[in-house]
Design a protein around this ligand. Structure first.
Ligand SMILES: [Zn+2]
Length: 257
């Protein structure tokens, strides 16, 4: 497949045709067929989707599904037992039947904000590792806002300002971002991936999807990212907090350059 910045040909069989977001974060429209309907739950499954399901700290996409009866809003997307369910704003009787062809459209404004934010958080991981040798332990994000936790012994506003400068320097270098898929025996021997504890991911997940911000950060990840760090814009560190001994939180916001 000719997706820029992606080794989609190394993806697990079928992934590139079913979970479109996994190989092309910039794809917003797609055609699909309804394969399962949960009327009570107000949700449905499709044979392929570009909607990202909540996971890895990244919130789900929103958007619309348009069938013969018109468009319905997608208000939630979740993965359950490996299957992706789209919650839609429609009466149970108005949900499409199995077999219906629908057109999907992801709300690009929200998705792109999440991509910029997710990439910014990975740059933060990379900067903290490069400068302090400390791995990330947790985090979360919403569009244009995120936070990560690190087992720092101490945290100061000065450190926050220094981290902000470092992140923005890396953004300006316009590092390429590559989506790759690595066999587990290769991934488990990769120093950057060991550093981010990728070996704790169940061995059944093979190959492993890798987000490589070429230079500053490389880690196993299921999320959607921009193609160049320049697309992030700028980052402001908006808070540094102590969440207890050896647990310090860094908050950031993503703004236009
Ligand atoms: Zn991530």
């Amino acid at each position: 497949m000719g997706v820029p910045g992606s080794f989609a040909d190394r993806a697990p069989a079928g992934l590139a045709d079913t979970e479109l977001f996994a190989v092309d974060a910039y794809r917003t429209t797609f055609d699909a067929r309804v394969v399962e309907v949960d009327r009570e739950g107000g949700r449905l499954r499709l044979d392929r989707t570009a909607f990202y399901p909540t996971g890895g700290g990244q919130p789900h996409d929103t958007g619309t599904l348009t069938g013969p009866e018109g468009a319905v809003a997608v208000t939630g997307v979740r993965r359950e037992s490996g299957l992706i369910w789209h919650t839609v704003a429609a009466d149970p009787g108005a949900l499409p039947e199995v077999g219906t062809e629908v057109g999907g459209e992801v709300d690009w404004s929200r998705r792109f904000q999440l991509m910029r934010t997710h990439t910014a958080l990975h740059i933060l991981c990379g900067v903290i590792w490069a400068d302090h040798g400390i791995p990330v332990t947790g985090g979360n994000m919403e569009p244009l806002k995120g936070r990560l936790d690190f087992p720092f012994p101490a945290m100061s506003a000065d450190l926050g300002a220094q981290v902000e400068r470092r992140i923005n320097d890396e953004i300006e270098r316009a590092h390429e971002i590559v989506v790759d898929f690595l066999p587990r025996n290769v991934a488990d021997a990769d120093p950057a991936l060991i550093r981010t504890a990728a070996h704790l991911i169940p061995a059944a997940i093979d190959p492993l999807r890798i987000i490589d911000i070429v230079g500053p950060d490389r880690q196993a990840d299921g999320g959607t990212h921009v193609l160049s760090t320049a697309e992030v814009g700028r980052v402001k560190v908006t808070g540094t907090e102590s969440k207890g001994k050896d647990n310090k939180r860094i908050r950031l916001e993503v703004v236009d350059a």
